[in-house]
Design a protein around this ligand. Structure first.
Ligand code: AHR
Length: 329
């Protein structure tokens, strides 16, 4: 009888472990053990090529996979969620080992992520998060803290205008509507500047993270707002577009209208060093090596943190002059 009870208990334990291996989101690998890296296949669904940041991010991912000798299936969604969903479905059909993507927008991913889960393909989010109640749909989210970036931009503005006695008119160039960095950078900035009632966002509109979008929105804002003191752009590219619009209107960017942006790509840093932008909050696009680390750890049966944060800094005009010669992207 005793023997029967211990056999049954061992059976329950084994079933429990098997359940963990199948349903767990932090462990990868395979019952047969790790695959050789040159046998791993990863599908990556990129947002698009909307900005200098995105180009640098794509390069970082492609070169890290090449260096690690892991096959990368890469697709460009041209900033459309339906294209990303199609790409993810095709990776599931092809039976890749891992899927990674930077979601164009935060919501609307549960169905396709459940399909990946049913096919037992671990999903790794890079750069942008999804808004889902079920965090078992992805293994980890690797990227920046966008709320923190918005706060850093706001802190610079609060400090710059600490002695202002008149209202300071701010216009905001938002990133893609519904995208995590647009939502979070707006939130962090608004929370921080609310400490000074003189700081007011008088207009806020999306420029879709592109230079052309930033220019177009800024042109319209200049026409309808006679006094703009500061532009807060959710990325460098929109800030660079705004510079073109400000100069075309006969004003001096960085002086007549101050500009704060996020990213710190080379073109942005050049404009900062030239005095056309006043402050940049860094958002690092170099996520490729960290993504490869996550995949190799999972392949070897290891676990990774649910949230992996990227290290970032900020740049003043003087700091940009020093940093520019070594800026890789
Ligand atoms: O998700 C990161 C953001 O996307 C970058 O700040 C922006 O430049 C890009 O398009």
């Amino acid at each position: 009888m005793k023997k029967l009870i211990s056999l049954a208990a061992a059976g329950v334990l084994l079933l429990g472990l098997a359940g963990c291996a199948g349903g767990g989101t932090t462990a990868g690998g395979d019952a047969a053990g790790p695959k050789a890296t040159d046998q791993l296949v990863v599908g990556f669904a990129q947002v698009g090529a909307e900005s200098g940041w995105r180009t640098a991010n794509t390069k970082s991912i492609q070169s890290a996979f090449e260096e690690a000798n892991i096959e990368l299936k890469f697709s460009d969604a041209q900033q459309k969620q339906e294209n990303q969903i199609k790409a993810i479905r095709s990776y599931i059909q092809q039976g890749v080992d891992y899927i990674s993507f930077s979601p164009v927008v935060e919501t609307g991913w549960d169905a396709v992520l459940n399909e990946a889960k049913a096919a037992n393909i671990p999903v790794i989010l890079t750069d942008r998060a999804v808004d889902s109640k079920d965090d078992s749909l992805y293994v980890t989210f690797l990227g920046s803290d966008f709320v923190e970036e918005g706060k850093k931009a706001g802190e610079w503005v609060v400090n710059e205008y600490k002695d202002a006695s008149a209202p300071v008119n701010i216009v905001q160039l938002e990133g893609t509507t519904g995208a995590a960095p647009a939502i979070d950078r707006a939130e962090g900035f608004a929370d921080t500047i609310s400490s000074n009632p003189n700081l007011t966002v008088i207009a806020s509109q999306t420029g879709d993270f592109t230079r052309a979008g930033g220019k177009q929105v800024m042109e319209a804002m200049l026409k309808s707002n006679p006094k703009i003191d500061l532009v807060y752009a959710h990325n460098d590219d929109m800030g660079l577009g705004a510079i073109e619009a400000i100069e075309a209107a006969g004003l001096v960017p960085g002086k007549d209208i101050k500009i704060v942006t996020v990213d710190a790509v080379k073109d942005g840093m050049q404009a900062l060093a030239d005095g056309k932008i006043n402050f940049i909050v860094e958002c690092s696009p170099l996520l490729g090596p960290q993504l490869v680390d996550v995949i190799t750890t999972l392949n070897e049966g290891g676990t990774v943190e649910k949230r992996i944060l990227t290290d970032e800094t900020t740049f003043t005009q003087e700091q940009a002059v020093t940093a520019l010669p070594d800026r890789q992207y």
